[in-house]
Design a protein around this ligand. Structure first.
Ligand code: COA
Length: 256
């Protein structure tokens, strides 16, 4: 399963023989990469899974995008290049905003929404937004973000590794992501979404708290909300077994 690039998006295409249903598209959050999804989900048995690095992130070429719609457009370009008509879109944090945007603006392409640690509106704390605009404060902002990204059981070493990865992003990419999140507001538009949705949130998520997940659950079609005790904003890698099982069950319901 090697790296490919289409429409500025880097992707790893896990395509087991006899894979059934619509492919699962894994979309990471602000400053993230495909590694913010657990291996168990990126290599889900019996399903085609496309795990991406968004433009400007990880192994994808620069530049990044500056809006949620821009990232959604890049993903549509990738799906077009691969000849994939419809996907179940899993989005974490900013990736959830991108998934919602796809479901609203390209409904024919979205067979389902698996929304993890995200919300219909993603205002960013001014200290994070402003700090991320200053390259001299990259390490400090990365440490702050990492400190708020995990539940209490994540080790100091794992938090530090996360902070280093965020601090190593090319200048401007993290700030552009946060600005894209801050400008995103789909609260009044969720009613137009027809794709069935499943919502996942860590009980200790301080960046997109369970209140945001409850709002999505109330207003989107489908059923199911997984509240993971002890997990924070990085719930998918903090609790990979629970989140992978929920995704597999959701896929079996919406795209058998
Ligand atoms: N779903 C449901 N409710 C939401 C929501 C969402 N996605 N986004 C905001 N709201 C609610 C808030 O809880 C608040 O409700 P309240 O008035 O009952 O307390 C109201 O809408 C207004 O919230 P908001 O627009 O966020 O403005 P604010 O001035 O209260 O707070 C921040 C601004 C930035 C301090 C706050 O949004 C925050 O702490 N955000 C999380 C931290 C962060 O930076 N996250 C990064 C996400 S990538």
């Amino acid at each position: 399963m090697g790296l490919s690039i289409a429409a500025g998006v880097a992707f790893w295409d896990h395509a087991p023989e006899g894979a059934r249903g619509a492919p699962l598209l894994l979309v990471h959050g602000a400053g993230g990469t495909h590694l913010h999804w657990p291996e168990t989900l990126r290599a889900l048995p019996g399903r085609r899974v496309l795990a991406v690095d968004l433009p400007g992130h990880g192994q994808a070429p620069l530049p990044g995008e500056t809006t949620i719609a821009g990232y959604a457009g890049a993903l549509l370009g990738m799906l077009d290049a691969l000849g994939i008509p419809r996907a179940v879109v899993a989005g974490h944090s900013m990736g959830g905003a991108i998934a919602l945007s796809l479901a609203m603006d390209a409904p024919d392409r979205v067979a389902g929404l698996f929304l993890v640690g995200t919300g219909a509106r993603l205002r960013v704390a001014p200290a994070i937004l402003e700090g991320s605009a200053d390259p001299a404060r990259a390490a400090e902002v990365a440490e702050g973000v990492a400190a708020f990204s995990f539940g209490p059981s994540t080790s100091v070493a794992d938090r530090a590794a996360h902070a280093r990865a965020v601090a190593a992003l090319p200048a401007g990419v993290l700030h552009d992501d946060f600005a894209a999140c801050d400008a995103f507001d789909a609260m009044a538009r969720l009613g137009s979404i027809r794709a069935p949705a499943f919502v996942v949130v860590g009980e200790e998520d301080r960046l997109t708290p369970p209140k945001y997940a409850a709002f999505l659950r109330e207003r989107l079609p489908g059923e199911g909300l997984l509240l993971v005790p002890g997990a924070g904003h990085m719930v998918a890698i903090e609790s990979p077994i629970e989140v992978t099982a929920a995704a597999a069950a959701f896929l079996d319901r919406v795209s058998p």
